[in-house]
Design a protein around this ligand. Structure first.
Ligand SMILES: Cc1ncc(COP(=O)(O)O)c(C=O)c1O
Length: 156
């Protein structure tokens, strides 16, 4: 038996249903209720001191846990509130007023991802959306054809 199946009981909703949504709101782990209770208790009992007693470091300490699962080194993964904020942070690293201002996105990107990118047009970015011919895939050749010397970022 696959040892991963042992983990199913950690996710209560799996007792009642097949749950395939991991990108939006994943199946809640059983232990989350206790963790939320602990979080509230820390807030209630430590107040503002909670920041320097672990909360400030938590995006990095949790990132290290995730990193150990995905094969990243310590300090290479950091947690943020949502995808849009991560995208904005990455996109803010580039000078979109330069001649290298092309941002390639694929036609299957989640809509809110593209909202962030199209807003960058006001900073000089040129958005190139590579369409999906079938609504399921984006051919690699089309993406590669779109990438040129003026490309700054490719988001798939
Ligand atoms: C695949 C995918 N990408 C991006 C997002 C947007 O994420 P956020 O609201 O964290 O910016 C979602 C939200 O569910 C998503 O499912």
């Amino acid at each position: 038996m696959d040892h991963l199946l042992e983990w199913r009981k950690e996710f209560p909703i799996l007792e009642k249903t097949i749950y395939l949504v991991s990108h939006s709101l994943g199946a809640m782990p059983r232990r989350t209720a206790d963790a939320l209770q602990e979080f509230a208790q820390t807030w209630a009992s430590r107040g503002v001191r909670a920041w320097e007693e672990g909360w400030w470091e938590m995006p990095v300490s949790v990132g290290d846990l995730v990193g150990s699962i995905i094969g990243a080194g310590r300090g290479e993964v950091v947690m943020h509130q949502n995808v849009s904020i991560c995208q904005s942070l990455v996109a803010s690293c580039f000078n979109w007023h330069s001649s290298r201002n092309k941002l390639i996105t694929d036609g299957l990107n989640f809509p809110s991802n593209d909202y962030i990118y199209y807003e960058l047009e006001r900073q000089g970015a040129r958005i190139c959306q590579v369409p999906s011919p079938d609504g399921i895939t984006v051919p690699l050749e089309r993406l590669l054809d779109a990438i040129d010397e003026q490309t700054q970022l490719v988001s798939v």
